[in-house]
Design a protein around this ligand. Structure first.
Ligand code: ADQ
Length: 466
């Protein structure tokens, strides 16, 4: 059967949007393109809490040949599955933050039960020759549940966040179960080679697996393909956003606010993996060690609140607020406030305008699967006068954007030095670096990423020998 004709069924925690390109991020753009081309279903959580939870009636929204199907969770499911296991255990652990990870048996049970219920609700919608693509750490067990419920077709999995080294992953009480569940997929995809290697090493060291040729690993009787597919953005679309009237209006506002000062911008969900505190310390060090920047630069951090119900996130917000008060208190003058933080959400066009107004974009996560902000910043720049990207060596994007100024986000001095270099970089060097990064961002788009994953999944014969 021709690959292009097989229907795609995507599963992710949240679904959509299918049509509003102004709201869609990398995942939504790539997936909705592929779903429209092949026809299919996008299945996930409605975001609603109800007494029926995963037993609730499915809501279906159909646009052309694509249906978005969602079900609810109970409050107990949200607490155990989403806040509990996914975001208190897996998120910190996979971002190398064993110090923040909390493990408890009850949320592990709810997590597995929700995976099992999602598989049970999905099964009746499936056709034998569908291609199933499961996304991210919320659904490690989903493929294995589908197999147990009798689905024999192609099932792939993609991890959007890092996979930590096996020494660390083995601290997760149910880590072996998770990796065994991942073996039920035909293909597991990762953002970077480091993540893929960590997964394979776990299979080899902890499960007695064997590394095979062609990016495959065998554990017991099961062979799984593990490959790297760095996610991209809709680069053309984002570049168009950056010259839209809405973007220009925001670009002007930011420039107006900065006056003749150079603008540094950061855009991140307020999450401890993004290195926001360390970044602000780096900015403080810039003002300390390179005093010529006092009164001459301004730093705007856009940081929409995220998962604020969790203690670690509330604490981060308090830390940032107090540090920002300290930095401003220390350096502000009557006509200059060095640092500003906003927790507002922006449309994608407005965001593109903000990126375009920046001389420097600071993307310094302590650990990040990819980091799409880095790629969006590059796509939004004015070719005549592009800004400089300062990028953490621990962001997945570093593999493709080596022309950025690469920093160790834990080193305050390193961040300050890179900022100083970025702020004084001659136009010609800015253009040269930007052109190389532009080629990478426009060469590996969201659609390319999606099709590369699906082509690989379809190329795997379903009768893989045991
Ligand atoms: P995130 O951790 O959310 O994604 P990132 O890749 O940077 O991180 O994507 C954030 C998205 O949110 C960007 O598209 C950005 O434009 C948008 N955004 C941020 N602030 C905004 C605001 N104030 N208003 C509107 N939009 C805003 C996870 C992983 C990443 C991985 C992606 C995709 O953690 O490592 O790159 O998935 O796989």
């Amino acid at each position: 059967m021709s690959g292009a004709k097989r229907r795609l069924v995507a599963v992710s925690n949240r679904v959509g949007p299918l049509t509003d390109e102004g709201k869609a991020g990398g995942l939504a753009v790539g997936l909705s393109d592929a779903l429209r081309r092949r026809g299919g279903v996008w299945f996930g959580w409605s975001g609603e809490v109800s007494a029926e939870g995963t037993d609730s009636e499915a809501r279906t929204e159909t646009v052309g040949n694509v249906s978005m199907v969602t079900i609810d969770l109970t409050q107990e499911e949200v607490d155990g599955f989403y806040y509990g296991y996914a975001n208190r255990s897996l998120w910190p652990l996979l971002h190398y933050r064993l110090d923040l990870a909390q493990f408890d048996r009850a949320s592990d049970r709810v997590y597995r039960a929700v995976n099992q219920r999602f598989a049970a609700r999905l099964m009746p919608m499936l056709r034998d020759d569908d291609i199933i693509w499961v996304h991210d750490y919320h659904f490690f067990h989903l493929g294995s549940e589908l197999r147990q419920q009798g689905f024999k077709g192609s099932v792939g999995f993609y991890l959007h966040i890092p996979f930590c080294p096996p020494e660390m992953f083995s601290a997760l009480p149910s880590g072996v179960d998770i990796v065994k569940a991942m073996l039920a997929y035909d293909l597991v995809g990762f953002q970077t080679d480091t993540d893929r290697r960590n997964f394979i090493q776990f299979c080899v060291r902890e499960l007695g697996g064997e590394k095979l040729k062609g990016h495959r690993v065998r554990v017991g009787g099961r062979v799984v393909s593990a490959r790297t597919f760095p996610i991209g953005i809709d680069a053309e679309g984002f570049a168009r956003f950056a010259v839209s009237p809405e973007a220009s209006e925001h670009e002007e506002m930011v420039r107006g606010m900065a006056g003749d000062r150079l603008q540094i911008v950061g855009v991140d969900r307020m999450d401890y993996s993004k290195g926001l505190v360390e970044r602000l310390l780096g900015f403080e060090r810039l003002l300390e060690d390179y005093p010529e920047n006092r009164g001459a630069v301004q730093f705007l951090q856009v940081a929409p609140l995220s998962r604020s119900e969790l203690d670690a996130y509330a604490e981060l917000r308090r830390d940032l607020e107090s540090l920002s008060g300290h930095v401003n208190g220390r350096f502000a003058t009557l006509d200059w406030t060095p640092f500003q933080i906003m927790t507002t959400g922006f449309t994608r066009r407005a965001l593109a305008g903000i990126y375009r107004a920046a001389r420097v974009c600071l993307v310094t996560p302590l650990r990040d699967g990819m980091n799409l902000v880095a790629k969006e910043f590059v796509a939004a720049q004015d070719p005549q006068d592009p800004g400089v990207l300062v990028l953490s060596r621990f962001a997945g994007a570093r593999a493709e954007l080596s022309e950025a100024l690469i920093v160790n986000p834990y080193s305050t001095d390193d961040v300050a030095r890179a900022l100083q270099r970025a702020l004084s970089m001659p136009l010609e060097e800015r253009q040269e670096r930007w052109r190389a990064m532009r080629a990478a961002v426009f060469g590996n788009t969201a659609s390319y990423w999606c099709e590369a994953f699906l082509a690989e999944l379809e190329s795997i014969p379903k009768d893989v020998p045991a």
